[in-house]
Design a protein around this ligand. Structure first.
Ligand code: PNS
Length: 156
């Protein structure tokens, strides 16, 4: 069974993340969304809230599940027999950072990374911009899953 991981902070998950996850689910037998816990960073949403919103958004994807992890991503891959990391690439500006992490993860434990080109419609989309726009009352209804929209409204 070929398993892949889609890692990230997901604070919160966006339609751009979901698009990459949906396309990865068609390429692998199983996809795990790993919400990485960064103890030095306080986000808008707790880890439990992020997992809850992701669970709601992936109900239609039978071979996708969500998990959390607070160590190195390559150790998660080793412990769960995961063959590849899948990440979205929105623009050239993402490339240096993603390439650096991909090469580091390859060097650390031989884990491959597949950088999936996002749909152009999502090339400007990020969790941090969603948080900022929502904080000032802007409309993010076409940028995030419905469950996320509801939780953003509750935080406002
Ligand atoms: O949502 P992000 O910020 O793009 O996700 C980055 C993330 C969480 C995938 C990356 O920071 C990560 O893999 N963190 C886990 C710790 C780790 O393995 N660090 C070394 C990366 S080479």
């Amino acid at each position: 069974m070929k398993k892949a991981v889609c890692p990230g902070s997901f604070d919160p998950i966006t339609n751009g993340h979901l698009d990459v996850i949906e396309r990865a689910s068609g390429l692998f037998d199983e996809v795990v969304i790993a919400v990485l816990v960064n103890n030095s960073k306080t986000g808008l949403f707790s880890i439990d809230e992020r997992v809850g919103m992701i669970s709601d958004a992936i109900k239609h994807l039978k071979n996708v599940k969500v998990d959390t992890w607070s160590g190195l991503l390559v150790d998660y891959c080793r412990d769960h027999d995961i063959a590849a990391i899948v990440k979205g690439l929105r623009a050239v500006s993402d490339f240096d950072y993603e390439l650096q992490m991909a090469q580091m993860n390859l060097q650390l434990k031989g884990v491959d990374t597949l950088l999936m080109a996002t749909k152009p419609a999502y090339s400007f989309l990020s969790s941090s911009l969603v948080r900022e726009i929502a904080r000032y009352g802007g409309d993010v209804s076409n940028l995030v899953p419905a469950g996320v929209l509801k939780r953003l409204a509750e935080k406002a």
